[in-house]
Design a protein. Structure first.
Length: 139
């Protein structure tokens, strides 16, 4: 039994259409999944941005928060890698100590470089130069 060229051509067309439709359906499903996740992703990104902004603002105003161990007027903001250098006694024009202060929120941890700085300062074994960590509440 010999197959006619027209029959082979029609089978090939049907096969190509089936592959093309399968591809289009898979592509459509992927687009729908992406659109569904897009709302969630946007919310997560916005939440992360808000947390970052809140952290930066809190770091900037930390010397004015309750419990901050130094006078705001003696604090010099660096931001990175350490938030503040405090010149204790600057107001009285009699520097008694230099303190490196890192402001942290909640359970956030020191970065690798911050730990290295802390360890270097701690190795000085001096009461006049210290590394301090100030943790503020999440309120």
């Amino acid at each position: 039994m010999e197959l006619s060229p027209l029959y082979i051509f029609l089978v090939a067309i049907v096969f190509i259409l089936a592959v093309w439709l399968t591809y289009k359906l898979a592509s459509l499903r992927a687009d729908l999944r992406w659109q569904k996740n897009l709302v969630r992703l946007r919310k997560e990104i916005a939440d992360q941005q808000r947390a970052g902004i809140k952290g930066k603002v809190s770091e900037t105003f930390a010397p004015f928060l309750e419990g901050f161990p130094f006078k705001p007027s003696e604090c010099k903001f660096l931001g990175d890698p350490i938030d503040y250098v405090v010149f204790e006694g600057l107001d009285e024009r009699d520097i008694k100590g230099v303190h490196f202060v890192e402001v942290k929120q909640g359970t956030s941890q020191l970065s690798k470089h911050q730990k290295q700085i802390r360890d270097l300062i701690d190795s000085l074994d001096s009461k006049d130069v210290t590394f301090e960590e100030f943790r503020f509440k999440n309120e």
